[in-house]
Structures are given as structure tokens and as C-alpha cells.
Ligand binder design. Sequence first.
Ligand code: F3S
Length: 298
Amino acid sequence: MKIYIAEEAGFCFGVKRALKIINQLNEKRQDIQIYGQLIHNRTVLDQLKAKGIDTIDTLAQLSPQKKLVIRTHGIPKQEEEKLKKAGIDYVDATCPLVKKLHRIIGKLNKEKAQIIIIGDKNHPEIIAAKSYAHNAVVINSRAEAAKIKRTDSLSVIAQTTLDTEHFEKIVSYLAEKAGKLDVYNTICDATIARQQAIKKLAPEVDFVVVVGGKNSSNTRKLYHIALKRNKNTYYIEESSDLKHTDFIKQVKDFQSAGITAGASTPPKELKKVKNILKNIKNNYNINIEKEIKNGKRE
Ligand code: F3S
């Protein structure tokens, strides 16, 4: 089977930066606690846990003797202010491109603009970003856009990991709702590059494997983009998910596979996926032998 990895896949600049911060603190033998999940990837979070690095969900869980690191998705403004007020020493691993979103929303808020954020209202990035304005509205569909009242002026901004086509569609709909529309396309370059690469690769291969956390916004977008272009698209969290007989049975006779991975998926996982796919027929035979041996198959 021929295996192709999308031209852009896996760790992005913001994730690499956050992991570098953690590694540097770790080398100094600093006890660390992370506010929220550093990134949305189970493999990486398990590795951090194995190193004794805690994840806390509320400020009430803070251990004063540990160094606090803020996750890549950022935290709400009010919570950061609380940390500063309490004199808590912390390192901010929020991606600088997420910080840019905070700055734009903060500036628009000062100008009293009517702000519309396009994104997932339950995602930590958007919960944090929304806190930079008094009354920003979060929408993520045309139906939600339809509920926005017609007005003189709107300022629209994007979650960094949105699908560009989805953003553009909602923006063009909002254009009918306002006399003046200011558009801030804050979808990050890493997201755009990964989306473009899978758009190109997905129709050229027999099946696609998308690797990344199920709660990773950018990975989910890659999955939907690939699925639109190739119905044989599989979303897995880690390479071991490929070893199931059912999956192998479905893909073992295909001639080519494309692989992509979300911005929080480690390069090692990508390599492992590639190796498993290369040996897919052997794996199938081994699984069948095991099942016969265990009496699950005749
Ligand atoms: Fe930052 Fe974009 Fe990665 S916002 S964390 S570079 S996906």
C-alpha cells in the first residue's frame, strides 16, 4: 500500500512553544501544574502526567509551591486578573495567535463595537476570548447568524481553528445584516496550511486517516474536510486504534492511504500510523491467527 502524509500535519508552532516551556521548567526540576489541558491530545497529556505534571481545572486547586502554566487556549481575562491580584507567579503558554484574538476583541470592546465571534461557544479558546468583551455574541452556524438583528455595523472575528470555508460562508451571510462589516480573519496559518494540504490529498487516495484528540477543534475540522472529499475517512485518537480487526478488514485491500494530523498530534504518532498502515495485511493475518487461537473465530 502506498502511504502519503499530508504536506502539513501535526504539531503547530503554538503547541511546540507550549511544550518547550514545559520542558524548560522540567529541566530546572520545577514542579509544574497546568491550568486546563495544555493541548487537546491524550498521548501528550498522559506523558505529562507520567512526569508528575498536574492539570488543574479551577484556581481553587492551585498549589502555591508549584509553577503554574496557562494552557495554549488561554484563560478568561477575569481569571488572569485574579492570578495577578493574588501575586501568583505563572508562565503563559497561551499561543501568541490566540493572544492576538484577545487583543483585537479587547480593542473592539473599547471602541464599543458590536462583536460577533464565529466559533464553538463551549471551547476553552472561545470562552477565554469572549471574556475580553462585555457583550460579544458567539455564533457557529447560519441559523445562529439569522438571529442577529439587522444593524449599522458589526465586527466579526474567528476562532483560530475554524474551517475557512465555514467562516467565509457565515461572514457573507452576516454581510446582509449590517451596513458596515469589519472582518478579522484570525484563523491561524497552521490551521489554514493543514486544511489546504488535506483538501489536496484526500481525493487522491483510497482512504484517509485523521489522527488527533476527539476534543481537538482543529482535528475535527480536518476530519470533516477530508470526509467531504473522501467517504473512506477515519478519525482516530492514536495509532493503536488502527489495530482493530474491523478497521483492518475495511482498508486492507486499498492501494493508497493519506494521513493527516491535528496541530496537537505528536510527530511520533504520525510515524507509528504510517508503519501500521504499511504492515496492514500482516496485522490482519496476525489478528485472525490470534482470534482463531483464542476461540473467537473458526
Ligand atoms: Fe496557535 Fe494555531 Fe496552533 S492558534 S496553538 S498555531 S493551531
